[in-house]
Design a protein around this ligand. Sequence first.
Ligand code: ADP
Ligand code: MG
Length: 422
Amino acid sequence: MALPWVEKYRPKSFADVVDQEEAKYVLASWICARFRAPKDFCTRWAKKKDKEILDARAVLLAGPPGVGKTTLVHALAREIGYELIELNASDVRTAERLKEVVGRGLREGSLFGYGGKIVLFDEVDGLHVKEDAGGLEAIIEIIENSKVPIVMTANNPYDPRFRPLRDISLVVNLKRLSEEEVVEVLRRICTSEGAKCEEEALRSIAKSSLGDLRAAINDLQMYLSGGRKTLTVDDIKRVGERNPQLSMFEILDRVYRARWFDEARAISFNPSFDWEQYFIWATETIPVVYKEVETMSVAYDRLSKADMFIGRIKRTQEWELLPYALELALGGVSQIKNKPRLPPFIKYGFPQRLLILAKSREARKRRDALVEYLAQNLHVSRSYVKSEIIYVLGALAKSDSKIVERLSKALGINAIDIKTLL
Ligand SMILES: Nc1ncnc2c1ncn2[C@@H]1O[C@H](COP(=O)(O)OP(=O)(O)O)[C@@H](O)[C@H]1O
Ligand SMILES: [Mg+2]
């Protein structure tokens, strides 16, 4: 079975992790100040002297999926010759179990390198504070007593529940990767796979990945699956067209054509209204509908104000602000002075981008469900399922079709889709 390219091309060294220089400096400075680490590594990367960095008890790498959080910690452990003890939320169902695993890991001597160990709590925001009663406190207790470096990762550590964790750690933000960097990485993979990939096509994949390199690499592997050695923009369009998704067109049409503020705002009450998607679509379609620079600029200005609310909501979890953001994004974009007469049919912008995104998102959701199911039932971590079990299962499923049937029943995902995941 083919190794997933995200693993095949996972950077091994600090230098290979792209576009996260600031985070690398902070992480290295912290490690070098507080723990033993090779001199040449520290000379190269430990460039920060800030007190809060040098004094931090633990580090929390925060950022959206697929930007290199987990990779960075793995690379760090390798660079400094430490043994990595990796735990994620699904490992730590109870405080006792957590202490046992970490306690043992910390006591046992290491087999190699500096004799050091580094603990990674991956995806701490996946801890269900209720179900994993004590999980959070256990982590905090471990941080307070630990003699070894502890690094955590999280997509969204700004939930108030994680306040105590933020308070005792240094939060390092990783950014979404730029489109340029994503294209660059995809291009290198194409070359190394001996595939001819059109620049335009790579750019299109990069665009829809929204800075998530894991998604971009997975998409590329999907397009080049079955040993295909070329990728053109047309290939990408074709996949897009196979997935017509009309509801967002209708929603946009209603927003732009609404006669009153309330009519536009009311669209957010529609059960199929997905506000995150709406923001992306609105961004792309405003210039299609408002061709005059003045009206366009007013619409964008309102959308950008709405986006500021969203940014604040994401940081502070003040969800009660969402209605204001939506009023601006819907009513504000719809009701504009000197609004032009709209033609009876508007061809809304670049649907491919989101269609591809939606498709890969569906696939990702299915894969996550499968991984989660296996992790729960086999009592192992999700990363173990991803790195080990999936391949074995794939191999077994080839000779025993019952396996696929049973997974399909348990998960409510049809058998053909299960096959594509294995
Ligand atoms: N900054 C990066 N530089 C190089 N490759 C990256 C980077 N970020 C992500 N990747 C690629 O995406 C995959 C997933 O990255 P990972 O570190 O697991 O993301 P996450 O931030 O979700 O933990 C990696 O295996 C690697 O192939
Ligand atoms: Mg990760």
